[in-house]
Design a protein around this ligand. Structure first.
Ligand SMILES: Cc1cc2nc3c(=O)[nH]c(=O)nc-3n(C[C@H](O)[C@H](O)[C@H](O)COP(=O)(O)O)c2cc1C
Length: 343
């Protein structure tokens, strides 16, 4: 079957602890075509009487520039998943409900959730039906190829999703046993894309804008979902667009990188405790400032900063020093070695 021809979509893949409103919003500023919240445990949402934690609340917020936002549920109890889908739908600001059948974490699969469902396709289909029958929103599925190479269940589940009228599928081209390492099976993704008429987004192993375009071509997918590369380079979405127009990726200089740390911190502070939001900036700063002269020192100095004002001052002073030296570019020799298998 052929995919319906449309402009390919390059979307932000869901990432626990990362794809909250503030970071999603930054990616939308750079032209992401869509995003998914981090996974939301059906149990947690089903028991919504319990006060939602302040950090979790940011997951469920939607910023005005988020144009195609799915809320992702994880769980394996069809009734609880349905109830959680109903509650997310009632919030009124999500465009779709996404079902997680990809998470490989030991704790998650130990309780039968995430990629454990790939071992029980009948139950997986019950979950899909329960969510589809409850929400009035479009439903999407995110999954891996299978549990291991002897249990490749994605072809069956993707076909089931298409028959159930799901809006799309995001397919990580690895098995659960591969976790985040090893080769992505491009041919398997391609075969599955060709077997259904709903859009399939290829996922796994994209490291840069060029990779994303090559992956799209090699899989024949309707789009590409980008995870870890977007954490390190949220501008990847803009770079993809410029490559597609025949241009080249833009060199990201210190003012943009430093400005991004300040912007993300400000967005996050609106929705979570300031001290928590500011301390979380260190990991993003590590990705975005590495390679700039003196970044190590600034990252160390960030340890002592707990307020937005202090962070702004530290960033402004740092930029002033770099500007005075005329040293605004990233130095490749100062970059840490790539660690694509971990975040
Ligand atoms: C830190 C982290 C958290 C993740 N959390 C989720 C999640 O909540 N839901 C989900 O479906 N996938 C999750 N994933 C998987 C990613 O969406 C994606 O499938 C995977 O990272 C492969 O894509 P990439 O190579 O572009 O990163 C997570 C991945 C990482 C690295």
């Amino acid at each position: 079957m052929t995919q319906i021809q449309r402009e390919p979509a390059f979307v932000l893949a869901p990432m626990d602890g990362m794809t909250r409103a503030s970071f999603r919003s930054v990616c939308f500023d750079y032209g992401a075509d869509g995003a998914t919240t981090e996974m939301i445990q059906s149990l947690a949402l089903g028991r919504a009487k319990k006060r939602m934690s302040e950090t979790f609340a940011e997951t469920l917020v939607r910023f005005p520039n988020e144009k195609n936002l799915a809320a992702q549920l994880i769980g394996s109890n069809p009734a609880m998943m349905a109830e959680s889908a109903r509650r997310l739908t009632a919030m009124g600001h999500f465009d779709a409900i996404d079902i997680n059948m990809g998470c490989p974490a030991r704790k998650v699969v130990g309780s039968g959730n995430g990629s454990a469902l790939l071992k029980s396709p009948e139950l997986a289909i019950e979950v899909m039906e329960a969510v589809r029958d409850t929400t009035g929103l479009p439903v999407q599925l995110k999954l891996r190829l299978g549990w291991d190479e002897d249990h490749i269940t994605a072809p069956r589940l993707v076909r089931a999703a298409a028959l159930m009228g799901f809006r799309s599928v995001t397919l990580h081209g690895r098995t659960r046993m591969q976790m985040y390492k090893g080769p992505v099976d491009v041919a398997a993704i391609r075969q599955i894309c060709e077997s259904v008429s709903i859009p399939v987004y290829a996922n796994g192993g994209v490291a840069c804008a060029e990779d994303a375009i090559a992956f799209l071509r090699a899989t024949g997918a309707a789009g590409v979902a980008i995870g870890r590369a977007a954490l390190r380079q949220p501008w990847i979405f803009e770079d993809i667009q410029s490559l597609r127009r025949g241009g080249a990726p833009v060199e990201r200089l210190a003012p943009e990188r430093v400005g991004l740390v300040k912007r993300l911190a400000r967005l996050a502070c609106g929705h979570r405790p300031e001290k928590v939001a500011v301390s979380e900036m260190r990991k993003f700063a590590h990705w975005w400032l590495s390679g700039l002269t003196g970044a190590d020192e600034i990252l160390r100095a960030m340890n002592g900063v707990t307020a937005l004002e202090g962070l702004d001052r530290l960033m402004d002073d740092y930029l002033e020093v770099l500007a005075k030296k005329g040293d605004l570019a990233v130095h490749p020799e100062l970059l840490p070695p790539p660690t694509l298998d971990t975040v």
